[in-house]
Design a protein around this ligand. Sequence first.
Ligand code: BES
Ligand code: ZN
Length: 954
Amino acid sequence: MANSCRKLIFNIYIVFYCSAVIMPQICICSQFTSSPIDQFNKDPKAFPVATNGEMFPWHELRLPTVVIPLHYDLLIHPNLTSLDFVASEKIEVLVRDATQFIILHSKDLEILNASLQSEEDVRYKKPGENLTVLSYPAHQQIALLVPEKLRAHLRYSVAIDFQAKLADGFEGFYKSTYRTLGGETRTIAVTDFEPTEARMAFPCFDEPLFKANFSIKIRRESRHIALSNMPKVKTIELEGGLLEDHFETTVRMSTYLVAYIVCDFTSVSGTASSGVKVSIYASPDKWSQTHYALEASLKLLDFYENYFDIHYPLPKLDLVAIPDFASGAMENWGLITYRETSLLFDPKTSSTSDKLWVTEVIAHELAHQWFGNLVTMEWWNDIWLKEGFATYMELISLNITYPELQFDDSFSNTCFEVIKRDSLNSSHPISNEAKTATQINEMFDAVSYNKGACILNMLKDFLSEETFRKGIIHYLKKFTYRNAKNDDLWHSLSNNCLEGDSTSGGFCYSDSRKTSNTLAFLRENVELKEMMATWTLQKGIPLVVVKREGRSLRLQQERFLSGVFKEDPEWGTLQERYLWHIPVTYSTSSSQAIHRHILKLKTDTVDLSEKTDWVKFNVDSNGYYIVHYEGQGWDELITLLNQNHTLLRPKDRLGLIHDAFQLVSAGRLTLDKALDLTRYLQHETSIPALLKGLEYLELFYRMVERRNISDVTENLKHYLLQYFKPVIDTQSWLDEGSVWDRMLRSTVLKLACYLNHAPCIQKATELFSQWMESSGKLNIPTDVLTIVYSVGAQTTAGWNYLLEQYELSLSGAEKNKILYALSTSKHQEKLMKLIELGMEGKVIKTQDLATLLFTTARNPKGQQLAWNFVKENWTHLLKKFELGSFPIRMIISGTTSHFSSKDELQEVELFFESLKTQGSHLDIFQIILETISKNIKWLEKNLPTLRKWLLTSI
Ligand code: BES
Ligand code: ZN
């Protein structure tokens, strides 16, 4: 079960909280486990064999805590011509228990020499006592053997010289290239360490608990600049014209946050209110796309410093757009790295959703400077403590700094996205055991990010924003420069009293006058830790079943399972021992008030004070649960939506649409009832709700289209075009209106053109021809750009022209749109050409291969091609991306999870079996198999209903 890894460690904590300045030794050690006895001497047979045939003195994946690092001195000299680097380091360590060896991480590094020295141990006073180095690559560890046992409580300095090639992929210290406007290819060197790749750049204690200070020096040629976490203090000129930059020593931090870059980028800079210098770096020709990011990061830095009441502790913050980047962005302290499309904004080609994404990623990575960097999880099993928080803070910060982006209305989708996954049996708890590098990588998923953020949002709604904020400030201040675990957070949230607050039941009530009595009562009677354990240590999402019985509401909770019906034999077993403490909310027809109740038992009853026509649970969709209304409940709500939908809040309407279709997948609501609920959408004024309804209808369309179920495909197309005609026909082809107006335009026109709606095709074709005639100079409104390119890509001339423009474009936003359009071609030889270009990695960069395979597989003409390609080229793909990494997971699920037939399921099963025998095993295999089984079941059960419903609706 969850957290067993943490429980096994038997942490012994020094109970009192001490300041790192007053008692550094005690504080540094306080977060480590008690030191194990010298196992090496106890049972030498239990240990593995090092590369030289000798016994390697450590057999665990986690490092021993006998020796801990205090400070690293790093000197790195990358050569961007020979594409390698030489380096040396001095690590100051504290020995906590006498030992004969030091174990640390190192991966693919050639260790040239290692020596030891100490000011505190007379035996090691003279410099350069050479050490024996043993290497155990299976655990990415090296052992430094000392001639005489190191003594407890003394400090030593370990010096290591090493060298390596700049890595080929996207991890460690790797090379990245870009093309200039003049057609020249240039190389830069950049780091990306999270979670376990700092060890590819320098030997280190590469676990988040081993925090230390880092003093970094970088050698470079004069045509380059060097950047690192801290500002440069000085540059020294070396013989032969080389330059050596010295950076200020960092604050105490984990290895995965160390970063450095050698490049020739240019920047724009500004100063935050607190005096912190913020700069945005990009390759020289992309300089003009950096301004939006500067404005956003300055605003957001001001916001966070103020919101957390904690200064950003470094003098500068750089945000750098890297041409080759595996994920979206990485929060290295003071030197955040981004994929170009996550940072750069080009007014001519970046759409509204591109702007939302850039702002969101900046908000996310800046939040990490506190959640993750300042306070770090003890181990990777709890990455939600940073990823969930950073995702939650996107919502809080953007609501205040960018209200015009209406981000608040997108947040429900963050939760809906993970519910799909969390309602499968193969989901996992938020806190989940992670030992190997693959397992650690797999933790970076929707459960950690989205579910983490959603349960925090639910808790905030329960405690009130003010109380919640005080609690997290308390947590951040208490664990500054240290590590924390779940219980530390719950403890801070329950004991968050700051000066001037009054207390009751462990909670602070500075805002008690604003709080309703019921809420205060509820909070006082809740054991926060116990409540939150039900959300973090238990997988899945609860279903609250509501039944109205006169003036009472009977509530029942169960585990919500999509694809498993109550009638199925396994249903009962899958329910066993699941119970949540659910802070439910509801509103009724008789008052605007938000009623609250904690559902801690399987069943419970609440009394309504008045007679009501309807009840709606989960107000504003703030809770992480699905609601089913038994008896007349759904009919009452459908009637209400049809009569006057504005009596329900917009997010409640959105939530109803979502829950209704989820309940169909669980066999609890018939499809025609859920479809009937969408009939009111013709009058819907809230765009997120309208888009949600449309999203489900489009999903069904794509499912039947892929399976060539032609009658339903035709009828559904007809229904969509007829039913949404008013909204399609009123769209302009201009970038105008609010963010949601613009999102609606993109979505609706994209669907209309996909369905071959003549006026849409005509307009897009017209714009595409004008664009080609202008040699790509014409500015097409950014929100319809993808649509215009996709329609244009359907002719050979258009497709070829787009590919030419792809090579020339300097805008990542535009390149993404073109690549998507190219992948919608109906010609398989063109699709194959794209995949080959993606594999080659020149015209189409390897970083974009996963998205390309995903979009190709979504194209009915490309689905088989993409899937066959993945099967046949799996080993090549694994050479490009780490097993368990986000791109690999995207490739495998993107090319399979839409399958909906038994034959396809069998094929995928066979493929996964063969991978397992080759030693590749991923959690996502089970998720995919369950998803396909769910799709099969959905079609079996609902296709006849859909067919019938359409016949009566068109
Ligand atoms: N810490 C992650 C980067 C990361 C991802 C490291 C996966 C190791 C494995 C970063 O903060 C992050 O979450 N990036 C997201 C973007 C964010 C806006 C959700 C990403 O890369 O997709
Ligand atoms: Zn993150």
